[in-house]
Design a protein around this ligand. Structure first.
Ligand code: ARG
Length: 288
């Protein structure tokens, strides 16, 4: 207070005076707000609503239910984070292609979309602490002779364009390979395999397991391969948006501490364990 400027003093004392006058009229409430704060902050502004971009074709992490609402593990995590950190969120379905741009251009404030934190992406985006462990997983027809990732070197492989699945398969086949079939979404790639358009699909384990379990008529099985690196999902913000990133990290730490994260995790993956691999292993192991 020692360094309070005259302007601040006048503003502050004016507010106090107004409060006293109102109090004199018998209204106690106006005295309550922190009107004597040294800096005239934008007090009582409605909580900011942050726009969250997500490619909602990635069950069980993000998808649209029958009513067109965006639902899933990622959605519940971000809702809980927002509640914990005291901000509001609104989810907008955002195609994977262009999702990173949407945050760079300010059309979205944050992204939650099972996004693997990679050094390359970290050059243009800032990521929260990891909130989920993942790994690539191969899906093939039940009668397929494929047993391991390197078997895919010369085969037609479906991936979602621009994902880490795309990266590993492109690396295996070489970047000019015509056998990497890139789809707009992972379900589209899997659908293509039903008709034999591709021999295998490589994508995140959680999504592959979910699809295989929920589409028994497709007759798919999964193949795990130890050569796949472990991946971690993070919530992304525009590079340099430390204010929002701090809030997200605070909220994330909060829901991990108070058990909310474990509850959400158990709801989707059937076990309260905080790591993804364990819960997803049974279905993957079953195909061995
Ligand atoms: N984890 C993978 C990646 O970051 C795939 C994510 C795709 N997410 C989605 N909602 N389609 O590349």
């Amino acid at each position: 207070m020692a360094t309070m400027t005259t302007r601040h003093f006048l503003q502050t004392s004016g507010l106090v005076l107004a409060g006293l006058l109102l109090a004199a009229c018998g209204k106690k409430e106006p005295m309550v707000p922190a009107v004597t704060a040294p800096t005239p902050a934008p007090v009582a502004a409605a909580a900011k609503v942050y726009v969250v971009g997500t490619d909602a074709a990635y069950a069980p992490f993000e998808s649209q239910n029958g009513k067109g609402e965006i639902v899933g593990f990622d959605i519940d995590v971000v809702k809980a984070v927002a509640q914990k950190a005291g901000f509001e969120v609104k989810f907008l379905n955002t195609p994977w292609e262009g999702i990173f741009n949407s945050v760079a251009q300010g059309d979205r404030d944050l992204l939650v979309s099972s996004i693997t934190i990679t050094p390359e992406r970290q050059q243009t985006l800032d990521f929260s602490a990891p909130y989920f462990d993942a790994q690539q997983l191969i899906a093939v027809k039940t009668d397929s002779k494929i047993v391991k990732f390197t078997d895919l070197a010369k085969l037609k492989v479906g991936v979602q364009n621009g994902t880490t699945g795309d990266e590993v398969v492109t690396k295996l086949q070489g970047k000019d390979s015509a056998n990497v079939k890139r789809f707009e979404s992972t379900p589209l790639a899997l659908k293509e395999m039903e008709g034999g358009g591709v021999d295998a699909v490589v994508a995140d384990n959680g999504v592959v397991v979910h699809y295989v379990n929920n589409n028994p008529a497709s007759k798919f099985k999964t193949i795990a391969d130890t050569s796949f690196a472990s991946e971690q999902y993070g919530i992304a913000v525009k590079k340099g948006n430390a204010e929002l990133l701090d809030k997200i990290n605070q909220g994330l730490a909060g829901i991990k501490d108070d058990g909310t994260y474990a509850k959400i995790y158990a709801q989707y993956f059937g076990s309260a364990q905080a790591t993804a691999g364990a819960a997803l292993a049974p279905a993957a192991a079953a195909s061995k």
